[in-house]
Each structure stands twice: as structure tokens, then as C-alpha cells.
Design a protein around this ligand. Structure first.
Ligand code: H2U
Ligand code: ZN
Length: 375
């Protein structure tokens, strides 16, 4: 248990993965709120949208036509941020105005041909196909690129341009800032303690229970001790795994199952399709591919912006931009709220009551939550 008064008084917590401090101000959750809190009108999307550039058979901005795909589908981003043939010259020698050339590739990953679904509303089988696609992209792009960033930006509030269920992968020949910080922190822990940081951390969280959102035999989802976003979640496997392609078939299905449980809870929190940015971090690839990196533990981050309703979001402004990240709601409070929610999607419950239709959630195996996860 954390010190009792930490639920009431300002304090700082250390983010061991990023190596930085976070300010926590739980007493501020009692301040009055005068902003909006209403729920937006539920969105009704067609299963196929002739104007969507991600739907099967439709033409994209590049003029290329998507195939009549029936499962997942990946294509090279028509407006890629990294290019495979960018010139490799031009590194500056000026110590004040530094620059370096970069090469890479960007792809768009369609999760389903159905325009009206989200990962949260897809059956476990469909989510497992997305897990396969993520792993295949890491294998493929990891042969030559040092960092393969698989991610999903979901919801207009996160700048996502299209509600068709999709993610992206950006692969480059350099270690980006977040990756470099995590590499350094995990390496330091491993050298000091002889075990991977995130496996020690997962064990501690399973024992404590108070930040666990959901868990199964292979995976753990927690609101991390050092969470910045109100309902931030860290998802990790419970045995040493460096990268997505190393997951066994059983672990992949277990991942699809825990993803569904987590994302359904997210949607149920404010009864909206919950926006977030999520993405996978694993051991660096490319030239580092065959180098042993036992300090690296595969994990996913979920960063949702919503704070107290479908329309009230946390802003990273003021002190956060100029000093350090800050949160009001404690990670323990956030985890307790997520844990208490049903893992049946609210649209499904409504459709059973006869209003909205949704895809069967395919909630097959009912995993036993680990110790402490259901308090
Ligand atoms: P969001 O996930 O942020 O909505 O981005 C979708 C991506 O799809 C975006 O990176 C790409 C954009 O460059 N895109 C295409 O590759 N082809 C298109 O025809 C439109 C959008
Ligand atoms: Zn579509």
C-alpha cells in the first residue's frame, strides 16, 4: 500500500521507464468544475463508407485502389513522414544548428474491412489478427530499421483523421527520444539488479493489486505508478519477451483477450468510443536485432486524454509544458474506476435492451483476474 496521505497531499512520483518525475496533486480533484460534461450524440457509422480512403475497394489520395480485403490490410502511407530514399548526406558539423539525415518507412494498418467497428467492438478473433499484423510488421520492418513504432491514434480529439479502425507503423534508422530514454533506464536497472525492470515492476503490481486494471495468465494491464494521463495504462507480458514476434500463439490470443477487456472498459468509462494514442515498445531492431538486449521487456502504452466525461479532457499545458507533467486523480483511483466497470461493451448491453446493434464481442475465455485485481 502507498503512504495513506499520498491520496490527499501533493507529491512527486518517479517514472522508472522514462527516468523523470511526475507531480501528483490529488487534493485538486475536489475543485469545482464549471466546464461542459455532456455526452455527445452517439455516432452511427455505415459498415462501408464510399468516401472512406481505408474501406475495401476505395481509391486513396495517391490514386491507388485498396483491394477488396476481408481481414487486415497494410499499405505504404501516401504521405509518409519518413522516406526510404531520403539523402544520407547533410549531417551538420555546426554545434548550434545540428541536423542528421534519417531514412525510414511508414505504413497504414487497417484493422478490419468494417468501417463501423473499433478494436473494442471487434471479436477476439479479429483483434488476434491485428496482433498478427503488428508482429509481422515488426519482423518485416525490423530487418533493416532500428526502431519500428507500431501505434494507433484513435478519435478526432487525438487528431485521427478517419474513424475507420486503423493504426500506423513508422520505422526509422534511429532511436527516437522515448525509445532511447526507456533503453537507458531498463539497461541501468538490469545492470544494477540483474533482472528486467518491467518484470520486477509487474511482480510488484500483481502483489499490490491496487493499480491493476485487468490481468490474465500471460498479461498484466496496470495504471502505472508514474502515469501522467488520467487513465493511462501500461500493458506487458508476464515472462521475458523482447518484441512482438517472440510471442507464442497462446500469448497472442491471450493478448487479444486482454486488449478486448481493457478497451471495452475504456469505452464503458464514459459510454463513448474512448479516444487514445497507444503503441508498442520493444527491443531495438535493425543493426541491434541480434545483439542480446535482456534488459528490454515488450510493453504497450495507452495514453487516453479524457478526464471526467466524453468531452472534458486533460490538457498538457502550463506547468506541464514548462516544468513537469502533473496529474490530479491518483493512479490508484483511476485503476479502481476502470476495474469496477463491466467488461461487456455498453453498446452490446444497449443492443440486448433493443436499441443499438453491435458486432458480437467474442468474449470467449473468462480469464481469472490475478490476485488483487478485483478488489
Ligand atoms: P490518422 O491515423 O492520424 O488518421 O492517419 C491516417 C494516415 O493515413 C495518415 O498518416 C494516411 C495519412 O497520411 N493516408 C494515406 O496514406 N492515404 C490517403 O489516401 C489518405 C490518408
Ligand atoms: Zn472505411
Amino acid at each position: 500500500m502507498i503512504e495513506a496521505n499520498w491520496a490527499d497531499w501533493p507529491h512527486r512520483r518517479f517514472d522508472l521507464l522514462q527516468g523523470r518525475w511526475i507531480l501528483v496533486s490529488p487534493h485538486r480533484t475536489r475543485r469545482p468544475w464549471l466546464g461542459q460534461t455532456e455526452k455527445p450524440a452517439p455516432e452511427q457509422r455505415p459498415a462501408y463508407d464510399p468516401n472512406c480512403y481505408l474501406c475495401p475497394g476505395n481509391r486513396r489520395a495517391s490514386g491507388q485502389v485498396n483491394p477488396a480485403y476481408t481481414g487486415t490490410y497494410a499499405f505504404t502511407n501516401d504521405f509518409a513522414a519518413l522516406l526510404p530514399d531520403a539523402p544520407q548526406t547533410g549531417a551538420t558539423t555546426d554545434p548550434l544548428l545540428r541536423a542528421a539525415p534519417v531514412r525510414g518507412e511508414c505504413r497504414v494498418l487497417c484493422f478490419s474491412p468494417r468501417h463501423d467497428l473499433t478494436l473494442a467492438e471487434m471479436p477476439v478473433k479479429g483483434i488476434a489478427a491485428v496482433v498478427e499484423m503488428w508482429a509481422d510488421q515488426v519482423t518485416d520492418l525490423g530487418t533493416c530499421h532500428r526502431w519500428v513504432q507500431v501505434f494507433e491514434n484513435k478519435g478526432a480529439i487525438m487528431g485521427c483523421s478517419n474513424p475507420h479502425p486503423h493504426g500506423q507503423v513508422w520505422a526509422g534508422d534511429f532511436l527516437p527520444r522515448e525509445a532511447a530514454a526507456e533503453d537507458e533506464q531498463q539497461d541501468w536497472w538490469y545492470r544494477t539488479h540483474g533482472r528486467p525492470l518491467l518484470l520486477d515492476y509487474a511482480r510488484r503490481e500483481l502483489d499490490a493489486g491496487e493499480r491493476v486494471v485487468t490481468a490474465n495468465a500471460h498479461w498484466l494491464a496496470v495504471v502505472p505508478w508514474w502515469a501522467v494521463w488520467p487513465f493511462e495504462v501500461l500493458l506487458m507480458p508476464l515472462r521475458p519477451v523482447g518484441r512482438l514476434p517472440e510471442l507464442t500463439p497462446v500469448e497472442r490470443v491471450a493478448l487479444a483477450e486482454i486488449l478486448q477487456k481493457l478497451l471495452v472498459r475504456y469505452d464503458n468509462l464514459f459510454e463513448v468510443s474512448f479516444p487514445y494514442s497507444m503503441g508498442w515498445h520493444g527491443a531495438p531492431t535493425g543493426p541491434d536485432r541480434d545483439r542480446p538486449q535482456p534488459h528490454w521487456q515488450l510493453h504497450a502504452h495507452f495514453y487516453p486524454p479524457l478526464l471526467r466525461s466524453a468531452t472534458v479532457r486533460k490538457f498538457m499545458v502550463g506547468y506541464e509544458m514548462l516544468a513537469e507533467p502533473q496529474r490530479d486523480l491518483t493512479p490508484e483511483q483511476a485503476a479502481a474506476r476502470l476495474r469496477a466497470l463491466p467488461d461487456v461493451h455498453y453498446k452490446r448491453r444497449q443492443s440486448e435492451a433493443g436499441s443499438v446493434t453491435a458486432e458480437p464481442s467474442g468474449n470467449r475465455s473468462n480469464n481469472q483476474p490475478s490476485k488483487g485485481s478485483n478488489s
